[in-house]
Design a protein around this ligand. Structure first.
Ligand code: F0G
Length: 471
């Protein structure tokens, strides 16, 4: 659906520019320039919205009230958990909003996960409950709306599966051609099936995600093409609204910690931006500590972070020029099998500014954390479970105290990777398929929470006997 809404009293766009985030450059560009990196120095871009009502408490309060009222409205923009916050988005009122009513995702209490992690309480914000089953939808509604505004013919992305499924769906809604580049054989069947169903042109390439991403950056030069990866600052704008929705759900009580998985680093960048803007507006009075968790075999930013900490130069002002990529990333959490994340600078800045951490977790830790999330009746895809695994480690090293308030952001739905789930519970999950190449010995992942189906005789007594045994 493309919703064209004119003449509404709220505005936005003329108060925003695209700005290079590098302090040595800081060049700014108009919102209608189809660029993804700074055309002066090649640095990353972000949208800078002038926030006119900053520091005035009454304005913060009126914004809160307005957003709350919208939740009960039937205006398509109000029903979207992204466009509901449109005062802080770089679009004007006539924007041709492409929405699937994304956002509006639940925040759950997870007592078993809390106990597992050594916390008194733990909440899970489940972004897997978005229309295509992942957090990507909150960014894609903004990126595809911008693609329509720019008159693009084709929207394109590289993906480990979820970005592709999301872009394919939103492009279909907008009537845009969609092209996706995928590393062949490294995408789960469910994610691939989604993209096929939504009618995308699917190109499977020999290589990994990072190779696909490099090609995307070349293709982005073509005037008919619009790049929808998180290098695109409009994607980040949509995704930052998750922070607004989350704070609304927390009755504006800032949690002590937010923990997210890290892959290409768009999500952590976006949450960091959302919280920073709320702080500037007086909507919140402090930043939660933002921590990012990477899988051990695909952890370039965690390596850099550890290096900065060992040199005691872990300050936002000390962000180095380059990130050393992981040449052959590997993990069974295929969503985050990424060795050269494009948004690493923005993510690192957000973590350093909020005094968070970037750490790694092992394949066994991810698998066990995933199963415990399942035992809370929630479920998620493997990449999302890095959060609970990471929180457990951060509690153990006392970065998080047991009584602190903690929210983990789950990024994908449990049915995104049913093979992984089934293999874990049947005891057939092994690290050999994590894709590190020949050098990795095959190591079985034996889960403590294994729960395989069992064969029983088709009789009442056999089933009751089995159930009594299990008590
Ligand atoms: N969790 C899931 C389920 C993901 O699909 C991704 C990224 C991440 C976490 C990491 O988020 O990249 O913003 O740091 N998936 C991308 C894709 C790369 O192509 O679907 P990030």
């Amino acid at each position: 659906m493309i919703e064209k809404i004119a003449n509404a009293p709220e505005k936005a766009a003329e108060n925003a520019v695209q700005r290079c985030i590098l302090p040595s450059c800081g060049a700014s560009f108009g919102l209608r320039e189809r660029i993804y990196v700074c055309s002066r120095c090649g640095g990353p871009l972000e949208i800078e919205c002038r926030l006119p009502m900053a520091t005035e408490a009454s304005n913060a309060e009126s914004l809160r009230k307005r957003w709350l009222t919208r939740a009960g409205s039937s205006d398509p923009r109000d029903r979207s958990g992204v466009w509901r916050y449109r005062e802080l988005l770089p679009f004007d009122d006539a924007a041709p909003v492409v929405t699937l009513f994304e956002g509006n995702t639940p925040l759950y209490d997870a007592p078993r996960c809390a106990q597992y992690s050594g916390l008194q309480a733990l909440r899970l914000k489940h972004q897997g409950c978005n229309p295509t089953g992942s957090f990507k939808d909150t960014g894609m509604t903004a990126a595809v709306t911008q693609a329509v505004l720019l008159g693009a013919h084709t929207a394109i992305c590289a993906s480990t599966g979820n970005t592709a499924a999301s872009l394919a769906a939103y492009s279909a809604r907008a009537g845009l051609q969609c092209a996706i580049l995928l590393p062949r054989g490294q995408i789960t069947a469910s994610k691939l099936a989604q993209s096929m169903d939504y009618g995308a042109a699917i190109f499977e390439l020999d290589g990994n995600f990072d190779d696909c991403m490099r090609l995307i950056q070349e293709l982005g030069d073509d005037p008919s093409i619009y790049v929808a990866n998180s290098i695109n600052p409009f994607r980040i704008e949509g995704q930052k609204t998750v922070a607004f929705e989350l704070m609304q759900q927390c009755a504006w009580q800032v949690p002590d910690h937010i923990v997210v998985p890290g892959g290409n680093m768009g999500n952590s960048s976006a949450l960091g931006k959302g919280f920073a803007e709320m702080l500037r507006l007086g909507l919140i009075d402090r930043l939660p500590k933002l921590s990012v968790i990477q899988a051990e075999g695909s952890a370039p930013l965690a390596h850099l972070f550890a290096e900065l900490q060992s040199k005691k130069s872990a300050r936002a002002a000390d962000i180095p020029e380059t990130l050393k990529p992981v040449a052959h990333p590997h993990t069974l959490a295929t969503a985050i099998k990424i060795g050269a994340p494009v948004s690493w600078r923005k993510a690192l800045r957000a973590v350093l500014e909020s005094h968070g951490q970037i750490i790694t977790v092992s394949e066994q830790e991810i698998a066990d954390a995933k199963a415990i999330i399942g035992r809370d009746g929630i479920g998620c895809e493997p990449a999302s479970a890095t959060t609970v695994a990471g929180i457990r480690k951060l509690v153990a090293v006392k970065h998080i105290r047991p009584e602190e308030s903690v929210i983990a952001v789950l990024t994908g739905h449990v049915l995104k990777d049913p093979d992984y789930v089934s293999n874990y519970h049947r005891g057939t999950l092994s690290e050999s398929s994590a894709g590190a190449g020949d050098s990795t010995p095959s190591r079985p992942i034996i889960g403590k929470l294994r729960n395989a189906p069992e064969r029983v005789a088709a009789s009442k007594s056999a089933i009751l006997e089995r159930l009594h045994q299990a008590k």
